[in-house]
Design a protein around this ligand. Structure first.
Ligand code: PHE
Length: 339
């Protein structure tokens, strides 16, 4: 019988359980009223005297082993439950992580910022709701100046002095008012114009304007800077400057980059000319410097401005400007692999 009990001890030691009710069944089987241990205790009186000691020790050993096993299994199951409560089922496969995408406007804006920051330009920002001074008057566009009509403006109905900025040149005015030359800054941001919405134009879009003011800044510096930019941005260094007019610059020019005529798309986007207009620029008008508290006899500078939306459409072959503000996930998802 002693051997029988010893075999049970080995069995008990090897026992495992997945649930608490298995543990309870196991406990009752050994320690219950009609359990195995009580059966052996009842046998005690029938055991020969010289074996009583060993028999007694063996069943006590079995009892202790069972008790230890039950306690150990209960602890184990309790701690497993605790982990489950905190982390859920750790054996489940992980949830796939949805990776977002940057908006094409942000991608292009960041590229432009990056290119200009490499030649010492910082980034300046200003309010989208502007006053007349910063959007027009300081920029050499006094009241009734015909060039105000170049940019159809959204005014706040009750106060014609307050408007939605039509360009980020307003930020440059603020920057000049608050900083002394040398100034090298670019101003990215959203601008608003009262235009009919179509595939090619919207009532709001995005610009990056640049401003460089120092002693002896010349038109050659402007051209060199623009050439650096087009090379970095488009991989194209051939540009041309066409004379143009902006009230805040004199002389003014429109910048075209030579895109080439290699593919059918090149033909379409350049209307068969190979040239693509990308921005406006010029030497800052002395009146503007004066309006902003900078002495035009001491300092000169250049400014330029370009539309981010148009460049994004060009680089990513987006056929309709409205896609940029509709937030259609199927459209946005296509930029996952971009910067
Ligand atoms: N502000 C002009 C526009 O919005 C662009 C520009 C900026 C032109 C600076 C010349 C110099 O069209």
């Amino acid at each position: 019988m002693i051997d029988e009990i010893k075999a049970l001890i080995t069995e008990v030691e090897a026992f495992t359980a997945d649930t608490k009710s298995d543990v309870e069944d196991f406990r009752i089987k050994y320690l219950g009223k009609k359990g195995i241990l009580n059966k052996y205790f009842a046998e005690f009186k029938n055991v020969a005297n010289d074996q009583k000691k060993e028999f007694g020790q063996t069943i006590n050993a079995l009892k202790n082993t069972v008790q230890d096993k039950v306690n150990a299994l209960k602890d184990e199951l309790d701690s497993k439950e605790e982990v489950k409560g905190i982390y859920g089922d750790l054996s489940r496969p992980g949830e796939p992580i949805e990776i977002g995408a940057r908006h094409p406007i942000s991608i292009v804006k960041n590229q432009i910022i990056d290119i200009f920051s490499r030649i010492g330009f910082n980034v300046s920002e200003g309010p989208e709701i502007e006053d007349d001074w910063h959007n027009f008057t300081a920029l050499n566009l006094p009241e009734y100046h015909p060039a105000r009509d170049m940019q159809d403006t959204f005014f706040i109905q009750t106060n014609p002095d307050i408007l939605l900025r039509t360009h980020t040149s307003s930020v440059q005015v603020r920057y000049m008012e608050n900083n002394k030359p040398p100034i090298r800054t670019i101003s990215p941001g959203r601008v608003y114009r009262n235009e009919a919405i179509s595939a090619r134009s919207h009532c709001f879009f995005h610009q990056v304007e640049g401003l460089y003011i120092d002693k002896d800044v010349s038109f050659a510096d402007l051209k060199q800077t623009l050439q650096y930019f087009t090379t970095e941005m488009f991989g194209k260094s051939k540009i041309r400057l066409r004379p143009s007019y902006f009230p805040f610059t004199e002389p003014s020019a429109e910048v075209d980059v030579y895109w080439g005529l290699e593919t059918e798309i090149d033909y379409r986007i350049t209307k068969g000319t190979g040239w693509l207009e990308i921005m406006g620029c010029g030497m800052v008008d002395p009146n503007v410097l004066e309006n902003c508290g900078i002495d035009p006899k001491e300092y000169s500078g250049f400014a330029f401005g370009m539309g981010i939306d148009r460049i994004a459409m060009l680089l990513h072959q987006i056929g309709d400007i409205r896609l940029l503000s509709e937030n259609d996930v199927r459209f946005l998802e296509q930029f996952k692999s971009a910067l």
